[in-house]
Ligand binder design. Structure first.
Ligand SMILES: [Zn+2]
Ligand SMILES: [Zn+2]
Ligand SMILES: [Zn+2]
Length: 277
């Protein structure tokens, strides 16, 4: 499986859209890898996890064919993870010779509602014909394209049941933990003995420890989850750990993330990073 991290910032991006804090000013001045757009990971070119407002920019910046995305897993309905307005343009006069004629979207009930809300006014019937939505249930594994996908409950929102995902393809397994705080005990039970190849952590808070009830994690929280995963045999000695979804409030500049990488043995994702397992 090839994972392409297209967006590695939190909701407001780095630099944040309306912010002039020193971190955002530094990121603006440096450019390059210090620029972090909203969350999206593309797997093997056809399965996207989340579709943020920056998806169009990702296609321009990294040469991604958005029409080749045939399956879209949505973690939750927050605007940085699901920008459904763009799907109005997936067909009719707006898109010719698309690589995949259809797009199947998967998520919780709220994601289905947001899809309708955002496309109700402008989506033409022939465009809607090419797009389907299926509601997922926690712990129920579903065949999605070439993948077996299991939604697991995230600790993230009181307003909806956000999901993190276990994504399997053949012998390979990815545990994608965005957006979430510490995992629930039942999630560890479900992952017992699974031996995941790559864990992708929500590390919004970077150096700051978020603790029990938080809706995101920092690196110490990530390490706590890692230890729990080790306890239930869900990871191996060669499992890889990626951190992502960084907030401007925690100074996710190159030198700070390099220190976290050295100290904790993780890989800090950047926009455009590809990793193969
Ligand atoms: Zn988010
Ligand atoms: Zn800022
Ligand atoms: Zn969120």
């Amino acid at each position: 499986m090839k994972l392409l991290y297209l967006g590695t910032g939190a909701a407001e991006g780095v630099p944040a859209a309306f912010c002039h804090c020193p971190v955002c000013e530094t990121a603006r001045a440096r450019g390059g890898r210090e620029i972090r757009t909203r969350s999206q990971v593309l797997i093997d070119g056809t399965l996207s996890v989340d579709f943020p407002p920056d998806a169009y920019w990702h296609s321009l910046r990294f040469g991604v064919d958005l029409s080749a995305i045939s399956h879209l897993l949505v973690t939750h309905s927050h605007m940085d993870h699901f920008y459904a307005h763009d799907f109005v343009l997936r067909g009719y006069k707006y898109a010719h010779s698309m690589t995949s004629g259809t797009l199947s979207i998967y998520g919780n009930a709220e994601v289905g509602k947001v899809l309708l809300e955002c496309t109700r006014r402008e989506m033409r019937e022939e465009v809607r014909q090419g797009i389907s939505f299926a509601e997922l249930s926690a712990y129920r594994t579903q065949e999605i394209g070439a993948y077996a996908v299991t939604p697991l409950p995230a600790r993230h929102s009181k307003a909806e049941e956000a999901f993190v995902y276990l994504i399997e393809c053949g012998e390979k397994r990815v545990l994608y933990l965005n957006d979430t705080g510490l995992l629930y005990d039942e999630v560890y039970e479900h992952l017992h003995g699974l031996r995941v190849d790559l864990v992708s952590f929500d590390c919004t808070f970077a150096h700051r420890t978020a603790g029990e009830e938080a809706r995101h994690m920092g690196i110490e929280d990530n390490m706590r989850v890692k230890r729990e995963l080790e306890c239930v045999g869900a990871v191996r000695s060669d499992t890889r750990y990626v951190i992502t979804h960084f907030s401007h409030n925690e100074a996710p500049l190159a030198e700070n993330l390099a220190k976290i990488e050295r100290d904790y043995g993780v890989v800090a994702a950047y926009d455009g990073m590809e990793i193969e397992i």
